[in-house]
Ligand binder design. Structure first.
Ligand code: ZN
Length: 423
């Protein structure tokens, strides 16, 4: 692997690490990606061409506007911001001009709301590329993902004469909270893809490992439930009120009592309940923020259905109304063997890489699964893998970091995968 790619991998990763942006606010990040890709000679699509705003989950317009403002301060051109249409993320497209399949690759670009460690034992602090945005940090390695995606794009452009078919390289916003993929999928951008691949750094894979046989992607649905009641004077005429707080509290107790499922494991957490106006007013509004998870899509749907049933039940008994809004979603993934075989072969060809093809528990949720399922539903094939990296502390913690030298190996793996598909 030439040092050109090595230098850009490290330089871009550190640059992004310093400028983390949370989901749906990644305007400075997207602008940098778009300009870099155009510099390589790509056609780059953004805005509504790659994200359907009607299907965006958990997109807070205050966060969006703050991101646009930050981009202006960072000197992003108005023209480029207009092209983004208040939507982050972009897709690079390259047609080799030779007949062949269409391959879609996905890299996620957002950060986590974590305050980064300033301890000198934390490498970004020691080397001076710690987060400049307070309360935000690339604590899941998506800075590395984006840097890798750009290096892959660069390599593909340099080697396009040896490839056939078409490639689409997706830079997806708002992976955290599994919010971004649904909007991208609904834009139709992967509907012509014959193959779909995504990857994550580290997790349960150590430096030098390539994990290709993952199971246990937790299907999940994140919901905000708003209950509307009716205010009334608590002393004079309580009977005229409809108590949203009481309805919500009842709903919480019932939700925690949802029966387990014999088909596989389930989870539910009601992480927040905000209700009421004041001591002597019958509470007219309550908001519950909750999530359910299930081992399979079917079991997750079972949990969602029970939550809806409970909301309906308390609506009836307390005389309130409710609205449940989906804030995030991920499904499970059944990787196609044809692609898993390609991943295993590619991994075995790269020096310093050990292919781990024994079943490995992914143990989290990942919304690339939404894009994968979209491709599979059109008859395409999909897979997801982990490229390993030793990390001093877990994902989403203040001193999370990856081992930067693993980026070179990950890029080399990609350069062995792509020609096996676009041959
Ligand atoms: Zn992540």
């Amino acid at each position: 692997m030439s040092t050109a790619y090595h230098d850009q991998l490290i330089e871009i990763r550190r640059r992004l690490h310093q400028n983390p942006e949370e989901g749906w606010s990644e305007f400075t990040t997207t602008a940098f990606i778009v300009q870099t890709l155009r510099g390589y000679g790509y056609e780059v699509l953004c805005g509504r061409k790659v994200v359907n705003p009607d299907f965006c989950l958990g997109r807070d317009m205050k966060v969006v506007q703050a991101g646009i403002e930050r981009a202006r301060q960072n000197g992003v051109a108005e023209e480029l911001l207009a092209e983004m249409q208040e939507l982050t993320g972009c897709v690079a497209v390259l047609d080799t001009g030779r007949p062949g399949p269409t391959l879609a690759l996905r890299f996620d670009i957002d950060c986590v709301p974590v305050t980064e460690s300033t301890d000198p034992s934390h490498l970004p602090a020691k080397l001076g590329f710690i987060s400049k945005n307070p309360g935000l940090m690339h604590a899941c390695g998506h800075d590395a993902h984006t840097s890798l995606g750009l290096a892959v794009a660069h390599w593909v452009m340099d080697n396009k004469d040896k490839l056939s078919g078409r490639i689409k390289i997706l830079f997806q916003p708002a992976e955290e909270g599994v919010r971004g993929a649904a909007g991208m999928a609904a834009s139709g951008i992967v509907d012509d893809a014959d193959y779909f691949l995504g990857a994550h750094c580290a997790m349960s894979a150590k430096s030098g490992e390539l994990a290709t046989n993952l199971y246990g992607y937790l299907c999940t649905t994140k919901l905000d439930v708003t209950i509307h009641g009716k205010p009334a004077h608590a002393g004079a005429c309580p009977q005229d009120g409809r108590n949203a707080l009481a309805a919500a509290a009842n709903a919480v107790v019932q939700m925690l009592g949802i029966s387990r499922h014999s088909g596989g494991m389930t989870r539910i957490n009601i992480g927040q309940l905000i209700a009421g106006e004041g001591r002597n007013v019958i509470p007219s509004k309550a908001v519950l923020k909750l999530e359910v998870r299930g081992e399979t899509g079917e079991i997750n749907n079972y949990m969602v259905e029970q939550v809806h049933n409970i909301c309906e039940g308390v609506s009836k008994s307390f005389g309130v109304t409710y609205k449940a809004e989906k804030m995030g979603e991920a499904v499970d993934l059944n990787a196609d063997q044809e692609l898993v075989d390609i991943l295993n072969t590619a991994g075995s060809e790269v020096e310093g890489i050990t292919v781990v093809d024994k079943p490995l528990n992914f143990g989290g949720s990942e919304d690339a699964t939404i894009l994968a399922r979209r491709v599979q539903s059109h008859g395409g094939k999909a897979a997801f893998f982990l490229w390993g990296s030793n990390r001093p502390s877990g994902h989403h913690t203040a001193s999370f970091d990856i081992c930067e030298s693993d980026l070179d190996k990950a890029l080399e793996v990609w350069t062995h995968i792509i020609p096996k598909i676009l041959k």
